[in-house]
Design a protein around this ligand. Structure first.
Ligand SMILES: N[C@@H](CCC[C@H](N)C(=O)O)C(=O)O
Length: 260
């Protein structure tokens, strides 16, 4: 039996269990334990779990697991929550750098719970007749629809996620509606295998595909079920984007102890 001191954070309703693992205490955590901690009935409940690890040359390392217990690709809202958590753990500077599975990131903190997270540049977008497909740290299928509220995100998202073209890896699936100002995005998340209230890498993917005009700086407001985000970036070519920032709130919900 292991005693775990955990923190629960949420970023626009995308929620995470977080542990301070800078001393390596949780290195032996198994996939089954991660799954149990994320379980909404038998555990704490979350879309994913993150460890704050020590890493030379950076303020910290981000290790991310989906709710299914498997270590996965980059999580944008998770990254923002982990930055807010790092500050709670004593990394008080306004500007932080960390390394994640997709490479180095930087972040800035504003006020009590606002985190701007720099994402990797994107240099490839598949542009189909009715969809886009790109990788913003995690793979994302983006489909534009007329009424996003009317979409059965679970059923339609699951069908695309398990389409054979995405093979064993699968994809996250985003449904996007253009609004008066910006876009509304709903996401079926791989590894949660359900719709989540918000997905940071998905919101980023949707915002990039929305900027289909000239090469210039863009600021795209994005509505999700769990709240408002903003994506800032520079479009540098027909399918290339740099200086991409995912901006929004990241909030501590509660902390506690659990034995597993
Ligand atoms: N919630 C995330 C995405 C997490 C990773 C995703 N479930 C995957 O496996 O690709 C986000 O905020 O980006």
């Amino acid at each position: 039996m292991t005693n775990i001191h955990f923190y629960k954070y949420q970023g626009t309703g995308n929620d995470f269990v977080i542990m301070d693992n800078r001393n390596g205490r949780y290195n032996e955590l198994t996939d089954a334990q991660v799954k149990q901690l994320c379980d909404r009935r038998f555990g704490i409940g979350a879309d994913g779990l993150m460890l704050l690890n020590q890493r030379e040359g950076y303020d910290f390392e981000m290790k991310y697991y989906n709710a299914d217990g498997r270590e996965s690709s980059m999580c944008g809202n998770g990254g923002r929550c982990l930055v807010a958590f790092a500050r709670k753990m004593g990394l008080e500077q306004e500007h932080l750098s960390f390394i994640a599975v997709d490479g180095p990131h930087e972040a800035t903190l504003k006020g009590a719970d606002w985190v701007n997270l720099k994402m990797q540049d994107v240099n490839w977008v598949e542009n189909g007749p009715l969809h886009f497909y790109l990788n913003t740290g995690s793979p994302h299928f983006v489909k534009y629809v007329n009424d996003v509220q009317a979409i059965d995100v679970y059923t339609e998202g699951k069908e695309i996620r398990y389409n054979e073209r995405f093979a064993a890896e699968g994809t996250n699936v985003n449904f996007v509606q253009e609004m008066d100002k910006g876009i509304f995005v709903r996401t079926y998340e791989r590894g949660v295998e359900d719709e989540t209230y918000s997905c940071g890498t998905g919101v980023t993917a949707a915002a990039l595909t929305f900027a289909n005009g000239e090469n210039k700086e863009y600021v795209i407001p994005v509505q999700t079920l769990g709240g408002q985000l903003e994506v800032r970036f520079t479009k540098t070519g027909e399918r290339s984007y740099s200086d991409i920032w995912l901006c929004g709130p990241a909030t501590l919900v509660f902390e506690g102890d659990i034995n597993i």
